[in-house]
Write a protein that binds this ligand. Structure first.
Ligand code: AMP
Ligand code: MG
Length: 267
């Protein structure tokens, strides 16, 4: 089971750390295990939906080809479509840029009863924005504290937040990006910008390190997921999600006994 990163802690973002922990079963067994975990998430999600009081937000961040789409599909794809909403954050539109950076994020927060999955998130505003100097440094530097306060407000209002950094090695990323070029069903995923971003590998590593270090709070912790192996990646994420939902312990609302008594009298 993955452990949350401590606030102020330095994440190991070396290539070795992208390999799954030793001792995990083989791929077939991991897929089996994922099936069981997803079933459990589904059961808990039904209760969360019925309870209609709280929400769960899962943030997925990671470099290009780190598996954000794959994890979304494998862990959350099988759930009841009514109870799970996926939001992908791309380059902000003109309208979005006309507001503060959290505006579009707040609008996408899952409503009560729902699991929200963010494929990229407000963290782009301290990652790509920092690496490409899209706003002055004094502005993005203020954002770590702003994000922590934003996430605190959200949790205090009933949303549990889990954040996953899908950590892949340089070598694995290269293979996956080349794979996108070679496989006609994956060409559409290839973006020439991906290789440009890859050149800034170390700058992204520093930006991620700071985001993880400064924003892994008690109320919205970061988990670093070794993501070089897809089956392990999915199981590691699903385990944390199950644990969080079990801790939330959503309850089906009880029917009012008086209502039940009256209903039984109806002919
Ligand atoms: P993808 O996830 O591959 O579809 O790509 C989405 C792109 O949008 C990535 O290159 C992100 O870095 C970029 N993006 C997401 N959020 C922002 C943001 N706030 N500012 C600038 N670029 C962003
Ligand atoms: Mg991409």
């Amino acid at each position: 089971m993955l452990k949350p990163l401590a606030l102020g802690g330095t994440a190991d973002l070396s290539d070795e750390a992208a390999r799954p922990p030793s001792g995990l079963p083989d791929k077939a067994e991991l897929r089996d295990r994922l099936g069981k975990l997803v079933e459990r998430i589904d059961q808990l999600q039904v209760a969360l939906f019925a309870e209609n009081r709280r929400a769960l937000l899962v943030v997925l961040q990671g470099r290009d080809a780190s598996g954000k789409d794959g994890a979304t599909r494998n862990v959350f794809g099988p759930l009841n479509a009514q109870g799970c909403v996926v939001s992908a954050f791309k380059r902000p539109s003109e309208l979005e840029l006309a507001h503060d950076y959290l505006w579009r994020v707040h609008m996408e927060m899952p409503r009560r009863g729902v699991i929200g999955v963010f494929n990229r998130s407000h963290y782009e505003d301290v990652l790509v924005v920092r690496v490409h100097e899209l706003v002055p440094a004094d502005q993005w530097q203020q954002r770590y504290d702003q994000i922590n306060e934003f996430e605190r407000m959200l949790t205090e209002n009933g949303t549990t937040i889990l954040k996953f950094f899908l950590h892949i090695s340089r070598k694995e990323q290269k293979e996956r990006l080349l794979g996108r070029l070679e496989d006609p069903t994956k060409n559409w995923k290839y973006n020439p910008g991906d290789f440009e971003e890859r050149k800034r590998w170390d700058e992204y590593t520093s930006a991620y390190r700071d985001a993880l270090r400064r924003c892994s709070t008690a109320w919205a912790p970061w988990y670093v997921v070794p993501a070089d192996k897809k089956a392990a990646r999915d199981v590691l994420i699903a385990e944390v999600v199950v644990q969080a939902l079990e801790a939330m312990n959503p309850e089906f609302p009880r029917v009012d006994p008086e209502l039940l008594r009256k209903a039984k009298l109806i002919d």
